[in-house]
Write a protein that binds this ligand. Structure first.
Ligand code: NAP
Ligand code: MG
Length: 477
């Protein structure tokens, strides 16, 4: 049984209700979490406020940084344990779960070093005046985290908020909270004061909604779907609470005929099969210049056929999807493809050892998908790659920007001038040229435009979003 973590203590929800946790690799129940409600959120917000006022706001920035660094080291010490939790809870292959634990440690390392480097400015003004700006924390920040990368998204969101001097109340997705509950315990073990980091589990429409509504929450960081992002924004707007939204994407990989295909092919495959395609920045649309359309599809088809899907513990190319409803969602998209006579180029294989009760889906490459088909417009959030061809650079730009989303674009070309033109013409938050998300990018600001959201997390830039600016004008004669 798992409990909420409030004021450095494990506590049951006030309702006494629980939610069963399923292992996506075999669909079996293996644990329970608390089904919390508004009363539990209220308790966490009060604990957070207390922690802020009595201890956290009185710590020097360097001391805050040292605590974050201690947590980073502790996470590294416990990386194998955290990875094992994540493999079971989310069905992640070992390699992916290990990478997520390493990224979590890296976020706390990065933000530990940033704590005492965040400063304001002085501004020249009228004679006899001095004007300065202070970067102040919002106070108690609320963090609503999705199930696809709990450790990574917690690291970037909570790491940045704590570094900027806030205290946090976190609502993980009900499908994936176990690693975060453990991290909160580790934080207490390294000396985090009570109330600085609180985790409350439960359903989004219950406890997530209560978090967004609570008047004691001073800023909300939401990562999840555009639909829920709208709900959170509407709720927060009633009390003018600032919101950072990291929503979904339908990110294009754009391959010109002059590209280095040996470099592009593995990156294109990885960008759609990593985490079984359940990645906001998944490269889910493949735009190929006409001259190389058939040969590149043939190469990718061979690569897809070699991909293997199975239980997390087998550590194959893909694990299962998170839950049955997600599997059904992918099946619905694929049956729509059949109805529209969209052809399949290739599919990987689910291994025989995969239990029937697990939520598996073979990675699938589709071709000639019309730009206005929902496969090219909506997030599948599964391992489905939709290929189409383009005539020239203008056509590539038009297709790349032709969705409601604007998160990431990948561009593959050796032409230097075209690299800059494409980067400029992409309507999105980040552009990768001749690479796609290598290295984890903890240092790189991340976020979207259009329905992919607004605000930036990751990198130093996140700290501006997790603070508010106060201008102080002093007349001294
Ligand atoms: P989701 O349904 O929007 O859920 C995200 C979080 O919001 C979960 O913790 C969920 O809780 C909670 N929630 C649901 N309804 C809520 C409500 N009415 N009020 C407050 N909170 C509520 O998204 P998901 O299915 O978990 O995640 C997949 C989506 O997230 C995809 O669209 C993906 O692209 C996006 N995503 C974006 C990024 C990014 O950085 N841009 C990163 C990862 C994922 P429960 O699940 O417990 O109900
Ligand atoms: Mg789970």
């Amino acid at each position: 049984m798992q409990y909420n973590y409030i004021a450095n203590a494990s506590v049951p929800s006030s309702s006494g209700k629980t939610i069963a946790m399923l292992d996506p690799s075999d669909g079996q129940t293996f644990d329970e979490i608390q089904r919390s409600n508004a009363a539990d959120i209220d308790m966490a917000v009060q604990a957070a406020r207390q922690g802020l006022v009595t201890v956290w706001s009185k710590l020097g920035a360097a001391e805050r940084g040292r605590l974050l660094m201690r947590l980073s080291l502790k996470i590294t010490e416990h990386a194998a344990e955290l990875s094992a939790i994540e493999q079971r809870d989310c069905g992640k292959p070992t390699k992916q779960a290990n990478a997520d634990a390493a990224a979590l440690a890296r976020y706390f390392e990065f933000y530990a070093g940033a704590c005492d480097k965040l400063h304001g400015e002085t501004i020249p003004y009228l004679d006899g005046y001095s004007v300065l700006t202070w970067r102040e924390p919002h106070g108690v920040t609320g963090h609503i985290i999705p199930w696809n990368y709990p450790m990574q998204i917690f690291g970037r969101s909570v790491g940045g908020a704590l570094a900027a001097g806030n205290v946090c109340v976190v609502k993980p997705a009900e499908d994936a909270c176990l690693s975060l509950l453990r991290v909160a315990q580790l934080a207490a073990e390294v000396g985090f004061p009570a109330g600085v980091l609180n985790i409350v589990t439960g359903y989004g429409h219950e406890v997530g909604d209560a978090l967004a509504r609570h008047p004691g929450i001073d800023h909300i960081s939401f990562t999840g779907s555009p639909v829920v992002g709208t709900l959170i924004t509407q709720v927060a707007a009633q009390r003018h609470c600032p919101v950072t939204l990291e929503l979904g994407g339908k990110s294009p990989q754009i391959v010109f005929a002059d590209a280095d295909l040996d470099a592009a092919v593995p990156a294109i495959v990885n960008a759609i099969v990593q985490n079984a395609g359940q990645t906001c920045s998944a490269g889910s649309r493949l735009l190929i210049e006409q001259a190389i359309y058939e040969p590149l599809l043939a190469r990718l088809g061979t690569a897809f056929e070699q991909l293997r899907v199975g239980p997390a513990s087998m550590d194959l190319d893909l694990g299962p999807l998170i839950r049955q409803s997600q599997q059904q969602r992918v099946w619905d998209f694929l049956s729509d493809a059949q109805v529209a006579n969209i052809s399949m180029v290739a599919q990987g294989k689910v291994v025989d050892e995969a239990p029937e009760s697990g939520f598996y889906q073979a990675p699938t490459l589709l071709r000639d998908v019309p730009i206005d088909h929902r496969l090219n417009q909506d997030e599948v959030f599964g391992p489905v790659l939709c290929a189409m061809s383009f005539k020239d650079e203008d056509h590539a730009v038009e297709l790349a920007n032709a969705t409601q989303f604007g998160l990431v674009a990948g561009v593959w070309t050796r032409d230097g001038a075209r690299q800059f033109r494409m980067a400029k013409n992409m309507r999105c938050g980040q552009v990768f040229i001749n690479n796609y998300g290598a290295g984890g990018g903890v240092e790189l600001p991340f976020g979207g435009v259009k329905s992919s959201g607004h605000g930036r997390e990751k990198g130093f830039e996140a700290l501006y979003g997790f603070t508010t600016l106060k201008t102080v004008a002093i007349k001294h004669g």
